[in-house]
Write a new protein. Structure first.
Length: 644
């Protein structure tokens, strides 16, 4: 049976607090607010102002040159500091820590190259160009190479051969799309007009695009990425802008393009500096950022690469069918083939999963069938009671077998409606305690009403499973112990009562004396001439006479008094709180009742008895009984003397 939630509203504050600590679901970490960050917000605002200034082509070409390189150096220093702070986070695993440390070193290398370019610009006031010198280019390539090398060696996390196959198919699809873009950029019809320097810059930019795409793809497809999406977006965008600017707009010496070249130089540096700070904000708000594996059924990167490749094909088609178009078509064919192979692998995996799912569902069905059969044929009542209302939410078919109630009729009714009031009062505190403690158990026996109006004793084991999903209630297992209780009660009665007269025996009489209070009166009674009647007429007549005397004793008792048979023809009466005067009146009443002869088996038998009545303190019950015994034998001797 389910347990009624008694006293549920009277909970202590500390119990409510404990429940909140142990049962309340963990709240997800709050997302970072970069616009309120004292580092990110000024940096983003300054980046917008600087890029807007160049976009409006404000200031002289000389001023634009002198302002560009120190701003790039400042962005590189910010990258160095913020990446180093991310690398110092205590929750960062080993592989991501190595990547962020390398990125901070690259920021320092970029800063040295850009600072050297700024010095050269100051020393050559006549030069009006954004063309970087050899040292600056080496610094840029070297810093990028450090990061790419670490990214290429970053572990993918794929452990099974099937996972590795899917990983490389996705990576190959994305790289094919990037190769198509790079091919179309290098094979532009008017690129040769830019000269060898322009051709070299375009090829180098395409190479950077391919390497950056592969490295970024590897990171994004890894099971545990060293960077979250919000931090990766500006950094990947910076790489794309840098690569596409080199490939699409080759540098030249035209002063009219200075502001555009400055934007293409500054935008990647500023975007790259924003990413680490976003990552730091995310990691400090969520300590499990780098330890949480990605949970996704598929990656959208291959499909995005297909869309971009189709877009590139539409862009180059107006120039006629040439090397660009054929390269795009071949790339699309290869990408479609890779996606088909990837889908076939997925279909094969799905087929295995479906087979395992079918097997699992079949096993679950068998388990449900076994469980239903066990419940249907179980001799115990299994129930679930709602913890807040105390109403039945589920009851097994044994409810009808044991208590005669239909399960449908019991649903929604409260358990206490069927519990005996006396038993409910006795167990109510324990039930209330059980309802407050998840996973607690309580075993008790109580009487429950049968549909025919009778009462059945049930032994109930109730467990609080309000914290278990899918149960959220108190589960009870109850078995019928009515016959066992009857047997126990019979044995207990036989152990404390006389089998012939039904009166309490000496043991129960002594227990009643201990419970009588401080004072009581005791009457000891012994029948006169009982042995002669027993020997003359037989034991059955003697037994009938004893029953007759027991009935007369009951007739003279007050409420709360106890009459007992000590054995043979010896009886006793306990009068709690009475004095000797009351004891004398009870003795007189008893003798008066005995004056009427007993009719047994057609015989009218006179009955006489000797009564010893005393009153006193019950703290020494044996002394009180001895005093009553002495008076009884004194009266018996007096009766014999009078008879003689």
């Amino acid at each position: 049976m389910l347990v009624e939630t008694c006293g549920r509203g009277a909970r202590r504050p500390e119990e409510d607090k404990l429940d909140r600590l142990t049962l309340a679901p963990t709240k997800p970490p709050k997302p970072p607010r970069p616009l309120r960050d004292p580092v990110f917000a000024p940096l983003a605002f300054a980046s917008v102002l600087v890029l807007g200034w160049y976009a409006l082509d404000l200031g002289s070409p000389r001023a634009q040159m002198l302002f560009c390189w120190p701003m790039m150096s400042l962005a590189d220093i910010v990258l160095f500091v913020t990446a180093r702070r991310v690398a110092a986070l205590p929750t960062l695993p080993r592989a991501p820590r190595r990547l962020w440390r390398t990125l901070s070193i690259s920021g320092l290398v970029f800063a040295v190259g850009d600072a050297q370019q700024w010095i050269i610009t100051i020393l050559h006031p006549g030069a009006v160009t954004m063309m970087s010198n050899l040292f600056e280019r080496i610094s840029s390539v070297g810093g990028a190479a450090l990061v790419v090398a670490v990214m290429l060696g970053y572990p993918t996390g794929a452990t099974s051969s099937r996972a590795r196959l899917k990983y490389w198919l996705d990576a190959a699809t994305v790289m094919t799309g990037a190769s198509v873009v790079a091919w179309c950029l290098v094979m532009r019809p008017h690129l040769p007009d830019a000269g060898a320097d322009g051709m070299f810059t375009a090829v180098a930019g395409s190479g950077v695009l391919l390497v950056a795409t592969f490295a970024g793809t590897k990171l994004l497809l890894s099971d545990v990425s060293p960077i979250t999406l919000d931090a990766a977006v500006p950094m990947l965008l910076a790489t794309a802008v840098q690569a596409l600017s080199d490939a699409v707009i080759p540098s030249d010496h035209n002063p009219g393009h200075l502001h555009l070249h400055a934007i293409l130089l500054l935008a990647p540096a500023l975007l790259l500096a924003l990413g680490p700070r976003l990552q730091e904000l995310r990691a400090r708000r969520d300590e499990e950022t780098f330890n949480r594996q990605k949970e996704r059924p598929y990656s959208p990167l291959p499909y995005g690469a297909l869309v971009i490749t189709f877009g590139v094909l539409l862009v180059v088609l107006p120039d006629g069918i040439g090397k660009q178009v054929w390269g795009a078509i071949l790339g699309l064919i290869l990408m479609v083939a890779l996606v088909v192979v990837r889908q076939l692998a997925v279909f094969q995996e799905n087929a295995k999963l479906i087979n395992r799912l079918d097997e699992s569902l079949l096993e679950i069905s068998h388990r449900e069938h076994r469980f239903e059969s066990m419940l249907r044929h179980s001799s115990d009542i299994i129930t679930i009671v709602d913890a807040s209302t105390g109403a039945f939410r589920y009851a097994s078919p044994a409810l009808e077998t044991i208590l005669g109630m239909e399960v449908s009729a019991a649903a929604g009714t409260r358990m206490i409606n069927y519990l005996h009031p006396d038993d409910l009062d006795a167990i109510r505190p324990r039930l209330a305690e059980l309802s407050r403690k998840p996973d607690a158990s309580f075993t008790y026996q109580a009487r429950f009403r049968h549909a025919d109006g009778s009462w059945r004793w049930l032994e109930v084991i109730a467990t609080n499973l309000t914290h278990e999903p899918g149960i959220d209630g108190i589960v009870s297992n109850a078995r019928d112990v009515t016959e066992a209780r009857k047997l126990q009660d019979l044995l207990r009665y036989q152990a404390s009562h006389d089998g012939l007269t039904g009166l309490p025996n000496r043991t129960l009489f002594a227990e009643r004396m201990r419970e009588a209070g401080t004072n009581a009166a005791v009457l000891l009674i012994d029948l006169n001439g009982f042995k002669e009647i027993n020997d003359t007429y037989g034991h059955h007549v003697g037994d009938g006479l004893l029953v007759h005397v027991a009935d007369r004793l009951r007739d003279c008792l007050r409420a709360g008094d106890t009459a007992a048979r000590f054995g043979g023809d010896e009886f006793a009466i306990l009068l709690p709180g009475a004095d000797e005067a009351v004891a004398g009146r009870v003795a007189a009443r008893f003798r008066e009742l005995l004056d009427t002869p007993a009719e047994i088996d057609g015989l009218l038998l006179p009955v006489r008895a000797s009564v010893g009545a005393v009153a006193g303190a019950t703290d020494d019950a044996e002394a009180l009984l001895r005093a009553a015994d002495s008076r009884m034998y004194a009266e018996k001797r007096r009766s014999r003397a009078e008879a003689s």
